[in-house]
Write a protein that binds this ligand. Sequence first.
Ligand code: NAD
Length: 255
Amino acid sequence: MNYQLDFRNKTVLVTGAGRGIGKSISIGFGSLGAHVILVSRTRDQLETAAQEVVEAGGKADVITADLSSIDNIKAIVTEVKHRFKKLDVLINNAGITKRMPSEDVGEEDWDRILNTNLKALFFMCSRVAKEIMIPQGFGKIVNMASAGGIQGITYSAPYCATKGGIVLLTKVLGCEWAKYNIQVNAVGPAYISTELVEGFMTEEFRKRVINRTPAGRLGTPEEVVGGFLFLASNLANYITGHTLLIDGGLTSFFI
Ligand code: NAD
């Protein structure tokens, strides 16, 4: 048994890789020698992130696509299969949110958040398993859940519904695909300082989060990366269906 994290000769696809946590995850895999396929909507952000993956020691390719269309997901998986021949690791990180009272949630908001966070993630898992990982006989999938997938975040009903869904999907897929030597796990961060979070973080809300977090601060994107590296590595060969919380103690805290 080799107890070192090593992704040389491993191909890793990361969704939502252009900025925020997805970019840090991509650089993390790159620093351990991986060939990272960065997928997201914005080409120039992807190119910059890919450059940083290479500077960290990895190889990088980019695919620009909107994941909220199933046709796009099928096209991405077909491209990966033909261009790269195998996929060792799938990281489903892309996600969106919008804070609003539940009584004001419209059908368009509900569909957009559910399609991006839950439907796209499920079909990425499903297509990658069927087209690539089941035929090749191995694979690791790590999904981006959230502490909001196990505890309620007020004014975030569609978001929490998707993240709770991801926690359970991860268990179901982990059970179904264990016999194919595919491990499916998730990471659930609490508040991490990214553009997504800073976009709605008022000073009052930040104080509330800090008061509720034993670590006394928000996390950084880099502090989430280790969970993905571990669950995508050989060190996690007998772990499946699990959600690893990375939350500075927030979900452990009662009083
Ligand atoms: P971010 O907004 O900085 O990055 C999200 C990335 O996903 C962007 O690159 C965006 O282009 C991409 N993306 C969104 N919709 C897409 C689509 N339809 N097709 C392709 N790409 C798409 O956000 P972040 O804070 O880095 O969050 C990343 C993930 O982590 C999300 O799933 C989020 O729910 C989850 N998360 C974040 C936090 C946090 O505090 N930041 C906490 C828990 C979970």
